[in-house]
Write a protein that binds this ligand. Structure first.
Ligand SMILES: O=P(O)(O)OP(=O)(O)OP(=O)(O)OC[C@H]1O[C@@H](n2cnc3c(O)ncnc32)[C@H](O)[C@@H]1O
Ligand SMILES: [Mg+2]
Length: 171
């Protein structure tokens, strides 16, 4: 069984490596097109990005299962929240989706997002650290690293693989 993850971001690749059984499933990581904005601004756009990445893996990498993980933000009456979505697409054409933990962003960060900046660079400025998005992520920074980006994506991957396994039972 061949799986592919549609990103080379270590926070995303680690999430999949931590969950799948590498004895049963081989894993390739590739930069898949999300075909949404660099900074998705709604659940729907973020879900589309995740599905597009997962489908790209099945089409271009001939994977049995493609996994797409996408980060975005959503504007609510209680502020701008980080949102994260994952999709698993099978070569048979089934699609499973799952959403991740979300927290509100501080107003300094939210204001810059609303002015059109991307969360990745904003986080580097805010923390004075490089590559936050490839490491702890915004979710890690603002939870005092009690929940880092790879673990948050790991929850999503568990929910994706679990739904796919459940659908296989009795087949
Ligand atoms: O290489 P890819 O897979 O694209 O990984 P990415 O870090 O760019 O992640 P996404 O494209 O899924 O995220 C969309 C945007 O939101 C930013 N972003 C999302 N979550 C973040 C986080 O937890 N910390 C920092 N930046 C984040 C990211 O830098 C992008 O600008
Ligand atoms: Mg990106």
């Amino acid at each position: 069984m061949k799986a592919a993850i549609g990103s080379r971001n270590p926070a995303k690749v680690k999430a999949v490596e931590d969950v799948i059984d590498r004895h049963l499933i081989s894993l390739t990581a590739l930069n898949a097109e999300s075909r949404v904005s660099e900074q998705p601004f709604s659940d729907e756009e973020t879900i589309s990005g995740a599905i597009n990445r997962a489908s790209y893996c099945v089409e271009h990498e001939k994977a049995d299962i493609g996994i797409g993980l996408e980060g975005g933000v959503v504007e609510t009456e209680r502020g701008v929240f980080v949102c994260n979505w994952g999709a698993l697409v099978t070569k048979e054409g089934e699609t499973f989706i799952a959403g991740g933990a979300r927290i509100p962003l501080p107003s300094e960060v939210a204001d810059r997002l609303l002015q059109g900046e991307e969360l990745g660079p904003i986080m580097e400025d805010f923390t004075k650290k490089n590559n936050v998005r490839r490491k702890e992520g915004a979710i890690g920074t603002f939870t005092n690293e009690r929940l880092v980006r790879s673990e948050m994506f790991g929850h999503i991957v568990k929910m994706l693989i679990g739904q796919w396994e459940y659908s296989q039972e009795g087949k």
